[in-house]
Design a protein around this ligand. Structure first.
Ligand code: NAD
Length: 363
C-alpha cells in the first residue's frame, strides 16, 4: 500500500533533518508519495504568511505529516506558526517519548517515559494585551472592578485559559495511550495549589477521568516538585500528562535527561490527523552546516510508521538508530563519546542509519 504523506522541510536545520528522516523511512521499504509543502519563516518571506493555506490543505487531505522545525522570532514578527498549525488542525495532544538509548551520554540509564502535553490552550492561546494599549487598560479595569485587585497600568497581560472540555480530552488521551502501549501509570502535573480555577479544574477533571481507568495507576504532582523528582528519579514516571506550558517545559527537561534534543522525538495528534516532528527547534546557527543530529527527526518518523500501522518498519528504524548510537562511530557531536573518533555530520548519520535499516531483518 502506498502512503500519502505531507512533508514540511521547515526552517534552519529542518531541511537537513527531514531529508535524513525521509531516507530512513524509504530504507524501510515503505511506499510513500511525499507531498512537499512549506511553512514558517520561508513562506513568511516569500508568501507573507508563516502558515499558507496550501500547507493546511495538504495535511487535511493526507491526514499524516512529517514536519521539520520552523523559526519563530522572539518578541516580534509573526506569532508562532506552530501554535497556529496546532490550532488550525486541532492537534490537541502532543506526545513526546523520552527514552535512554545505550551509548548516549546521559546521567541516567533506563529512562522510558512519555510526556503528553495539551496543545491547544493554557498560556499558548495567544490571547494577550500589550502594555500601554487601550485593550490592556480595559482588561486592567475589569480586574479592578470584578476582583478588587489593582494591576500596574504598565502591565502586559497573557490569558491562561484551561477548559473542562480540553482537560477531559487530553487526560482521556493519556489514559487511552497508557492502555494501548501497556503502560502502568499516569501522572498529572499542575499548580492547583496556586492556580485554583485553571490548574484546579485540570486536576479535578484528571481525577474524575482516572476513576474510569481502574486498571491504570493515577497520581498527581505539583509542577515544581515534578521538576525535582524528574532530575532525581526519572524511573518512577511512566506516562505524564500536563497542560500546555508545563508540558512544554517538562518535555525539554526530559529530553535533557535522555541525552538532549538530538534524540527527542514527538508527535501531535488530532481527530484522525497527526503531525510528526522532533522536539527541537530550527537551530538557525547550525543551518546548512551538516552538523546537527537527525535522530530526533528519524525517531519521530518511527512514531509515524507505528501510527500508519507499520510496526515492523517502525521497529527496524528505531533499532537501526539504537545500533548506530551503540556503535558510537557515526554519531553527531551532541552524543559523541570521548575516544570514539571525530563526530559525524548529519548526512553521514543519515547514511549509516539507512544502511542499517536495510540490513535488519523484519521481525
Ligand atoms: P533549538 O532547539 O533550535 O536549539 C536549542 C539548542 O539545541 C541549540 O544549542 C541547538 O544547537 C541544539 N540543537 C537543536 N536541535 C539539535 C539537533 N538536532 N542536534 C543537536 N543539537 C541540537 O531551540 P531554540 O534555539 O530555542 O529555537 C530556535 C528556533 O526554533 C526558534 O525560532 C524557535 O521558536 C523555533 N522552534 C521551533 C520548534 C518547532 O518548529 N517545533 C520547536 C522549538 C523551537
Amino acid at each position: 500500500m502506498k502512503h500519502d504523506i505531507t512533508l514540511i522541510p521547515g526552517d534552519g536545520v529542518g531541511p537537513e533533518v527531514t531529508d535524513a528522516a525521509v531516507r530512513a523511512v524509504e530504507a524501510t521499504g515503505l511506499q510513500v508519495r511525499w507531498e512537499t509543502v512549506h511553512m514558517g519563516q520561508a513562506t513568511q518571506d516569500t508568501m507573507g504568511t508563516p502558515l499558507p493555506e496550501s500547507a493546511l490543505a495538504s495535511i487535511r487531505k493526507n491526514r499524516t505529516a512529517l514536519k521539520g522545525p520552523v523559526t519563530t522570532p522572539v518578541g516580534s514578527g509573526f506569532r508562532s506558526a506552530n501554535v497556529a498549525l496546532r490550532k488550525a488542525l486541532d492537534l490537541y495532544a502532543c506526545v513526546r517519548p523520552c527514552k535512554t538509548y545505550p551509548g548516549v551520554p546521559s546521567p541516567f540509564e533506563g529512562v522510558d517515559l512519555v510526556i503528553i502535553r495539551e496543545n491547544t490552550e493554557d498560556l499558548y492561546s495567544g490571547i494577550e494585551f500589550q502594555e500601554g494599549t487601550p485593550e490592556a487598560a480595559e482588561a486592567i479595569d475589569l480586574v479592578r472592578r470584578t476582583r478588587g485587585e489593582v494591576l500596574g497600568r504598565d502591565s502586559g497581560l497573557s490569558i491562561k485559559a484551561i477548559s473542562e472540555t480540553a482537560s477531559r480530552r487530553i487526560v482521556r488521551f493519556a489514559f487511552e495511550y497508557a492502555r494501548a502501549h501497556r503502560r502502568r501509570k499516569v501522572t498529572a502535573v499542575h499548580k492547583a495549589n496556586i492556580l485554583k480555577f485553571s490548574d484546579g479544574l485540570f486536576l479535578a477533571v484528571a481525577r474524575d477521568v482516572a476513576g474510569q481507568y481502574p486498571d491504570i495507576e493515577f497520581e498527581d504532582r505539583l509542577a515544581d516538585n515534578m521538576n525535582m523528582q524528574l532530575v532525581r528519579q526519572p524511573g518512577q514516571f511512566d506516562v505524564v500528562v500536563a497542560p500546555n506550558l508545563y508540558g512544554d517545559l517538562l518535555s525539554d527537561l526530559c529530553a535533557g535527561l535522555v541525552g538532549g534534543l538530538g534524540v527527542a522525538p514527538g508527535a501531535n495528534f488530532g481527530e484522525g490527523i497527526a503531525v510528526f516532528e522532533a522536539v527541537h527547534g530550527s537551530a538557525p546557527r547550525h543551518a546548512g552546516r551538516n552538523k546537527v543530529n537527525p535522530m530526533a527527526m528519524m525517531l519521530s518518523a518511527a512514531l509515524m510508521l507505528r501510527h500508519l500501522g507499520e510496526p515492523d518498519r517502525a521497529d527496524r528504524l528505531e533499532r537501526a538508530v539504537a545500533e548506530v548510537i551503540a556503535d558510537g562511530r557515526q554519531v553527531t557531536y551532541d552524543i559523541k563519546r570521548g575516544g570514539a573518533g571525530p563526530a559525524a555530520g548529519t548526512s553521514e548519520v543519515a547514511k549509516a542509519v539507512a544502511e542499517r535499516v536495510r540490513h535488519l531483518e523484519p521481525a
